[in-house]
Design a protein around this ligand. Structure first.
Ligand SMILES: [Zn+2]
Length: 291
């Protein structure tokens, strides 16, 4: 198959050229939240950081997925909320259509983890597969946790999350590829980043000497968590591991001057991490009208 690479930007989508690839950030919408979603940070400090970073209150969490076009195949990374994320989310399918991408042209979906805003776009309102030809790739620890038994005594919210994971992955069970590490597609390596969930992973992409780490949910609240990486989210499965992973990835990105992108970084999400003492900052990639 030969695909044409996008040449111009369209609303809700941002095309970024990485070597021979075009990587498109696709905005799924937002979650309207309160600071109650944050953990391990004093509420007043979170409010102060949010204000200092000129962020909205109550906060919004941006939701993104990504499409990798190598000129021959299309790889989607996560899928947004589909039909169950509320009225302000679920736009990935619409944006793919606006890009002229048919669902059957997606050959592979790399999943960072199995939360609602990452796997629910894999299925339609009736729970049927949206991407009829796609294999699903996910870290083995993620599949083992979410597709296994619900832990005894799990609170209701966690129980619901198990149902959401099973619903998103359900119709793909026969074409689910679980991996422990290494290259998962040409030029794309899985980067385990556990804590937020047991098999939470980023995907490192390289082409033509250029690199990008799509880091999944290392950050949910950019206004707060770059300044204070100890702050987590109430739905982190292992909060301490999540904090350690966030620091490790921030340090790696800052010292190697890596380019990163993320599911909850502000659209269009591409940029770099810098370090200042025990805090960090995000430097967005400069936007250009062409690709
Ligand atoms: Zn998320």
């Amino acid at each position: 198959m030969t695909l044409s690479l996008p040449q111009a930007q369209i609303a809700g989508v941002h095309h970024f050229r990485l070597g021979d690839l075009v990587i498109s950030a696709i905005n799924d919408g937002i979650f309207e939240v309160t600071l109650d979603v944050m953990a391990n940070i004093d509420r007043a400090e979170a409010e102060k950081l949010q204000a200092a970073a000129y962020r909205r209150m109550p906060p919004r969490i941006t939701i993104n997925a990504f499409l990798v076009n190598d000129g021959h195949s299309l790889t989607l990374i996560d899928s947004g909320c589909g039909t169950i994320g509320g009225p302000a989310a679920g736009a990935v399918g619409r944006h793919l259509a606006a890009m002229g991408v048919r669902p059957e042209a997606i050959g592979r979906v790399l999943v960072t983890h199995m939360h609602i805003d990452h796997v629910s776009g894999l299925v339609d309102g009736e729970g049927k597969a949206v991407f009829p030809e796609a294999e699903i790739v996910v870290h083995e620890a993620e599949a083992k946790f979410w597709l296994g038994e619900v832990p005894a005594g799990a609170p209701e919210g966690l129980r619901d999350a198990f149902g959401i994971a099973a619903r998103g992955i359900g119709p793909y069970r026969a074409r689910l590829r679980t991996v422990a590490g290494g290259e998962v597609a040409p030029g794309i390596t899985i980067v385990p980043a556990p804590g937020h969930t047991p098999g939470h992973s980023g995907y490192a992409i390289q082409s033509g000497g250029e690199h990008l780490l799509i880091w999944g949910d290392i950050v949910h609240m950019p206004g707060v968590q770059f300044a204070n990486p100890e702050a987590g989210m109430v739905f982190d499965i292992d909060p301490a591991q999540g904090r350690a992973t966030r620091r490790r990835i921030f340090n790696l990105a800052a010292s190697e001057r890596s380019r990163v992108a993320g599911m909850h970084l502000d659209f269009p999400t591409f940029g770099h991490v810098t370090r200042a003492g025990s805090s960090y900052a995000f430097v967005p990639e400069v936007w250009y009208p062409d690709v």
